[in-house]
Design a protein around this ligand. Structure first.
Ligand SMILES: O=C(O)c1ccccc1NCC(=O)[C@H](O)[C@H](O)COP(=O)(O)O
Length: 256
């Protein structure tokens, strides 16, 4: 009997195994965004965001697979999945499901503070992870970025202030830099933050403007400021028709 139970258990365990990382098709987020920037004037990362500390619940009972497919069909060049549970109501299950449903690169958005989260990100199939300069010492951030690269993950390194950016650049120059327009202490957003920092970003780094982008005019402002891509959560997650909204937001890149 016990043998039977154990055999059955082994079979069931196989059911839940994730595919090996080398069996999953991975896509470069930088390449996807750079291609879109050349083709459309700006690349777009659309975010799966159920809730946030600043706004509370944004999309209750969100079907993450349906939403991710709608983003992709609408022209998103990458998808960001918030996997933090306590503050954003996300989970790694969301990322696993999204990765299996779309062909654009998938970014894991979380508060990554421990090397084990990098191993986990690789295991669950993420193509890229976010590293936040305000919560990691520059040397630690550099080590984390190198470790991520060694396991096949790209990194988007997020800064909000000039001081954070300069401290980081003293030890490490990220290839993808996210300028967060949201102040993480007050939660206020101001898209002029992208302009304020972009001149200090090394020319070879690719700028992603993050947060507070709601309209084609916002897209125009961050494009003019030097962003090559934008990361949008709230505006898109509750939107009825990403197939219309995503192209409209991208068209903002061509506004005067
Ligand atoms: O969104 C928040 O309230 C928030 C608060 C504290 C830390 C992080 C937070 N957001 C994470 C994000 O990076 C945003 O979801 C992302 O940049 C998209 O922003 P938005 O388009 O304004 O939803």
């Amino acid at each position: 009997m016990l043998n039977e139970i154990v055999a059955r258990k082994k079979e069931d365990l196989n059911f839940f195994q994730l595919p090996r990382r080398e069996e999953v098709k991975h896509h470069s987020i930088k390449q996807s965004l750079a291609f879109a920037s050349n083709r459309d004037g700006i690349g777009l990362i659309a975010e799966i965001k159920r809730a946030s500390p600043s706004k509370g619940m944004l999309a209750e009972n969100l079907d993450v697979v349906e939403r991710a497919k709608a983003y992709e069909a609408g022209g998103a060049d990458a998808i960001s999945v918030l996997t933090d549970g306590p503050y954003f109501q996300g989970s790694i299950m969301d990322l696993i499901a999204v990765k299996q449903a779309v062909n654009v690169p998938v970014l894991r958005k979380d508060f990554i503070v421990d090397e084990r989260q990098i191993e986990e990100s690789a295991r669950i199939g993420a193509d890229a992870i976010l590293l936040i300069a305000s919560i990691l010492e520059p040397g630690h951030l550099k080590d984390m970025a190198e470790m991520a690269s060694a396991v096949g993950l790209e990194t988007l390194v997020e800064v909000h202030t000039e001081e954070e950016l300069n401290r980081l650049l003293d030890v490490y120059t990220p290839s993808l830099i996210g300028i967060n327009n949201r102040n993480l202490q007050t939660f206020t957003t101001d898209t002029t933050q992208t302009r304020a920092l972009s001149a200090s970003v090394p020319v070879d780094s690719f700028i992603v403007s993050e947060s507070g982008i709601h309209s084609p005019e916002d897209a125009a402002a961050v494009t003019k400021a030097g962003a090559k891509a934008m990361l949008i959560g709230e505006r898109l997650v509750s939107d009825g028709d990403p197939k219309t909204t995503i192209p409209d937001l991208k068209k903002g890149a061509h506004l005067g």
